[in-house]
Design a protein around this ligand. Structure first.
Ligand SMILES: Nc1ncnc2c1ncn2[C@@H]1O[C@H](COP(=O)(O)OP(=O)(O)OP(=O)(O)O)[C@@H](O)[C@H]1O
Ligand SMILES: [Mg+2]
Length: 332
């Protein structure tokens, strides 16, 4: 498998980017992956965390991007560091506070963009604004867009139970990870250890989040394998060649994609399940771009009137998602 490149970013400060970056690096390292964390933040929180916590073999780098120089410099620097790191690791995770001086093209370098957000109305508004400004990246039909994973962070237990629906609407299709819960124990883990080792709900929630990231990776690989095989089949058809060595060397799509992805996504991504149902239905001609554009429809009864508009996942508020997830409706 080629190096999996993850960007953890948001324009808002204090949402948990560094906590997620450092601990996701640790989670994936424990899964047996070689991992490099590239900390692009001035504060250096995620790199400091990993440098001071017990060494589990993560390569840690801290590079400050020349954001004040504007133009292409910051993204050229970021690309260089990312590509160097990718040459020697299975996974690279970059921790970056996004600013308007960074060109959105940088996101095309990544396979997965994780946007941590708390579920307060003010932070959801900031997240929706950020995603709206970069809609062209996630909806791109020219480049392969990164998979977008929205990660609710610092979520309080009472928010999981809340009935209040947010007014925010997310402008792009995205996958939603299980929430990482807020806990004093998480704050105390800074520089000492890893969230996944916490013997409480916060620790469990982080493990679920880590699994969701692995699932997002598998789903992307499946979609790409399917795209490549389709392209190869087309080439072979054009050349009048039947199944040849060329198509055998490409990743074959899973035998039963629908069954396989239902199992995977049952455990995690709410939106991913609906997207993959679509892929399954229209396989094998669906490509990544059309998946991203797919308007997903929930297959379970909605608490709201069953109109087209209210049933579209992208028109739902995040707390509504959380409520459904916590009730286990969508995970059945
Ligand atoms: N799950 C959690 N539970 C409790 N506190 C948390 C959790 N995640 C992060 N925090 C705390 O929230 C604060 C901000 O977290 P963090 O530094 O990871 O966010 P950030 O988005 O990287 O911030 P910055 O924009 O300053 O780089 C820290 O004090 C951290 O300890
Ligand atoms: Mg940070």
């Amino acid at each position: 498998m080629s190096t999996f490149k993850i960007l953890v970013t948001s324009q808002k400060g204090g949402v948990g980017k560094s906590t997620v970056s450092a601990n996701l690096a640790a989670y994936l390292r424990r899964q047996g992956q070689s991992v490099t964390l590239v900390d692009f933040d001035t504060h250096g929180s995620s790199s400091t965390w990993l440098n001071r916590a017990p060494n589990i073999g993560i390569v840690v780098q801290h590079h400050i991007l020349p954001l004040d120089q504007g133009g292409n410099r910051p993204i050229l620097d970021a690309r260089l560091h990312l590509r160097r790191a990718a040459s020697s690791s299975d996974v690279v995770i970059c921790d970056l506070t996004w600013t308007d001086s960074i060109a959105g093209e940088l996101m095309f370098e990544y396979d997965l963009v994780i946007v941590p957000t708390s579920v307060s109305e003010i932070e959801l508004a900031a997240t929706a604004g950020f995603l709206s400004r970069h809609r062209w990246v996630f909806d791109s039909a020219i480049h392969t867009p990164p998979t977008l994973l929205v990660c609710p962070t610092r979520v309080h237990n009472e928010q999981m139970q809340s009935d209040t629906f947010t007014k925010q609407r997310f402008p792009v299709s995205f996958m939603l990870s299980p929430p990482v819960l807020e806990a004093q124990s998480a704050r105390e883990m800074f520089e000492r250890g890893y969230l996944m080792d916490l013997p409480d709900e916060c620790g469990t929630s982080f493990i679920e989040f880590g699994k969701a990231v692995c699932t997002a990776r598998e789903m992307r690989a499946s979609a790409q394998g399917m795209r490549q095989t389709t392209a190869s089949t087309r080439i072979n058809a054009l050349n009048g060649v039947r199944s040849t060595h060329q198509s055998n060397t490409l990743n074959a799509p899973p035998k039963n994609l629908l069954a396989r992805t239902s199992t995977l996504s049952n455990q995690y991504s709410v939106l991913g399940r609906h997207r993959l149902h679509k892929v399954g239905e229209s396989a094998p001609s669906t490509d990544t771009a059309t998946q991203t554009n797919t308007v997903a429809r929930p297959t379970t009864p909605s608490a709201q009137p069953a109109t087209e508009e209210t049933n579209s996942i992208s028109s739902m508020g995040i707390p509504q998602f959380l409520k459904r997830m916590s009730m286990g409706i969508l995970s059945k």
